[in-house]
Design a protein around this ligand. Structure first.
Ligand SMILES: Nc1ncnc2c1ncn2[C@@H]1O[C@H](COP(=O)(O)OP(=O)(O)O)[C@@H](O)[C@H]1O
Ligand SMILES: [Mg+2]
Length: 369
């Protein structure tokens, strides 16, 4: 049998992986499920919901893929003489477009969430919990080729216990300052506990603008390599809402595979879909409000000018040569300005300034009513 906590060989996957983050809502659950789906091409995967705070993974997969999420980790943590963890691991059922996931992934749900919360309120239970979670994960790592653990957000004893048990830790970060600072604190704690060497890398999630600065700062502060920046993917959120996995070719799935291929280059190939470069995120800024505002105004002006010229040509006295030249030049200039991002933004910014200048007066008027 493989020695616990050791890789089978340098070219193989670890036995246990944990997904952690400095704060909740960063995407650990969605990423852990996607990782399980991708890695199930190589090994049977046992997914573990160790988020004793929200049981996010159990509720997510419980919608469609698991028969009974009321049995699980809670039974192993709360019963005096528990059965082995394997007794609570459930197969993934139901039909899924992701047949890889359907065939070789199983789940240890959190179980009775409320009983756990109640026990956690009792401070005497807390250290026991951490110890028991650690030994459950260790046992599962002996019995399963690959264990993927979805942790609670933040720095809590239970997530630290999971980190102690697994081989590799993945840090999920969002690009905002709060998430970044919370991640730094988490890395500091891992460092204090001599666990930072287990960090396999950090993933920046829900990215909607150029992540260059976050990547640079993270490479300095997170004690591990940058793996990928996953773009904000509406389709992925929609899948999450209905308890489905994001599609195989979705931006989300492609970027999670990119992260795995960087972490385990000898096992996981690069994805076939497009991975966004840092510069690609600049293109996303075209949806910035000032840009769309500027684009709308310039287009309206262009259409109005064209309509006026056409109407006066058809119904009026006709345009003189000078008017025609001026009109056509203005149309070309408006067309170029509407098509170019910097001018759209500049015009949008001016509109914004104009609206702001007037809004206090509007507010005054409302206040005096
Ligand atoms: N890359 C992404 N693009 C869009 N939405 C995402 C992305 N990653 C996660 N989400 C959404 O963010 C929310 C929180 O994700 P979740 O996996 O539950 O985070 P955590 O487990 O860290 O609390 C969910 O609604 C999920 O669909
Ligand atoms: Mg979660």
């Amino acid at each position: 049998m493989t020695e616990l906590g050791r890789y089978r060989s340098s070219a193989e996957l670890p036995r246990g992986m944990a997904f952690v983050s400095g704060k909740g809502g960063s995407g650990k659950t969605l990423i852990a499920a996607e990782v399980a789906s991708i890695l199930s091409r190589y090994h049977e995967v046992c997914l573990v919901d160790a988020d004793v705070g929200t049981a996010g993974l159990s509720y997510y997969l419980g919608l469609k893929y698991v028969r009974n999420i009321r049995k699980g980790l809670s039974d192993l943590l709360l019963r005096p003489s528990p059965e082995p963890p394997a007794a609570y691991v459930q197969p993934i059922i139901g039909r899924s477009a992701r047949s890889d996931f359907f065939e070789s992934v199983s789940l240890l749900p959190l179980g009775d969430h409320r009983r756990i919360t109640r026990a956690l309120r009792d401070n005497h239970e807390r250290p026991n919990f951490a110890f028991r979670i650690s030994s459950v994960v260790e046992q599962l790592m002996v019995e399963n080729p690959l264990v993927v653990v979805d942790c609670r957000g933040g720095i809590d004893d239970e997530s630290i216990a999971v980190c102690q048990a697994v081989d590799d830790i993945f840090l999920i970060v969002e690009s905002d300052t709060t998430s970044f600072q919370a991640s730094r604190h988490l890395v500091d704690t891992l460092s204090d506990l001599d666990l930072v060497h287990k960090l396999r890398g950090f993933i920046i999630n829900k990215v909607y603008s150029n992540p260059e600065a976050v990547i640079r700062a993270g490479a300095g502060d997170f004690g591990s390599q940058f793996l990928v920046a996953i773009p904000f993917d509406f389709a992925a959120t929609r899948s999450f809402l209905i308890g489905d996995l994001p599609g195989q070719g979705s931006a989300f799935a492609v970027h999670v595979q990119e992260a795995l291929s960087k972490a385990y280059p000898e096992v996981v190939p690069r994805p076939t879909g497009q991975v966004w470069s840092e510069k690609d995120y600049d293109g996303l800024d075209t949806v910035a409000p000032e840009s769309s505002r500027g684009g709308i105004l310039l287009s309206v002006l262009l259409v109005t000018l064209a309509t006026v010229m056409l109407l006066s040509e058809v119904f009026g006295t006709g345009l003189g040569l000078l008017q025609l030249r001026l009109g056509l030049t203005a149309m070309v200039l408006l067309g170029v300005a509407a098509g170019a991002e910097p001018s759209r933004r500049a015009v949008g910014w001016l509109i914004g300034r104009y609206l702001k200048a007037f809004s206090p007066r509007r507010a005054d008027r409302t206040a005096h009513r």
